[in-house]
Design a protein. Structure first.
Length: 238
């Protein structure tokens, strides 16, 4: 499959020319790496150095996500796509919805009934060795994931909750090894198809909340959700 120039373009959300993104790429020396290593470096950075957490909106520019240092599926995806394009890796966005069941435990229980049943979700696909590879395993940072594995050490089989939906919580496919990665795929409800960049997905499907619910989420609820997530993260054994 050929790759069109649009899979490398800069957009309002994929703003890889921003000073903080360019500084990160230069400081880490990622341009000197092989293609495989560049993908792995950017992917692992977003997975583990950008903590799992809830931003004020899905459609944040990548530079804002980097500056804030945390994100969820869509916002971390915005950053990952921008970093890949900054490194010359063609990539695209794939849009979905996921069932809210996988958020149970990651958010306060009293808040769970207020959440929409279907939540906008996305992953990034990179063009590598003549195929598009889905990358979704970057959502949960290693410390948070390790806390879940410890908390549910005796759990066997499929797991859904706390931000994960995976066939095996103890051995999820989250590390870059030249293959697809996943951590929430088992929670997917609807498939919206692929988009050349995040801006297209949000323009077509909107973001997860509107009106007063959006205001309450941005100003109050997400801070409670982030406190819950941080408490889980801190429970990981040192």
């Amino acid at each position: 499959m050929s790759t069109a120039p649009s899979f490398l373009e800069r957009t309002a959300i994929a703003d890889y020319d921003a000073a903080n993104i360019q500084a990160l790429v230069q400081e880490r020396g990622w341009h000197a790496l092989t293609t495989y290593e560049r993908i792995g470096a950017a992917y692992t950075f977003v997975k583990d150095e950008i903590a799992f957490g809830y931003n004020r909106s899905d459609d944040l520019p990548a530079s804002d996500v980097l500056a804030q240092g945390y994100g969820q599926c869509n916002t971390k995806g915005n950053l990952l796509l921008a970093l890949m394009r900054a490194l010359g890796i063609p990539c695209r966005f794939h849009g979905f919805t996921i069932d809210k069941d996988l958020q149970r435990g990651a958010i306060p229980e009293w808040m769970y009934p207020l959440a929409s049943q279907r939540i906008l979700h996305s992953w990034v696909e990179v063009f590598y060795q003549d195929e598009w590879l889905p990358l979704e395993g970057f959502i949960l940072d290693d410390t948070y994931l390790r806390a879940l594995q410890q908390r549910f050490a005796s759990h066997q089989g499929a797991f859904c909750g706390y931000g994960a939906a995976t066939p095996d919580l103890q051995a999820p496919e989250v590390e870059w090894q030249g293959r697809p990665t996943y951590i929430q795929r088992e929670g997917i409800a609807e498939d919206f198809g692929v988009y050349t960049h995040p801006d297209e997905l949000y323009a077509e499907r909107g973001t997860n909340l509107k009106g007063i619910r959006r205001v309450l989420y941005a100003t109050l609820f997400r801070h409670m959700m982030n406190a819950r997530v941080e408490g889980i993260r801190r429970s990981a054994a040192r």
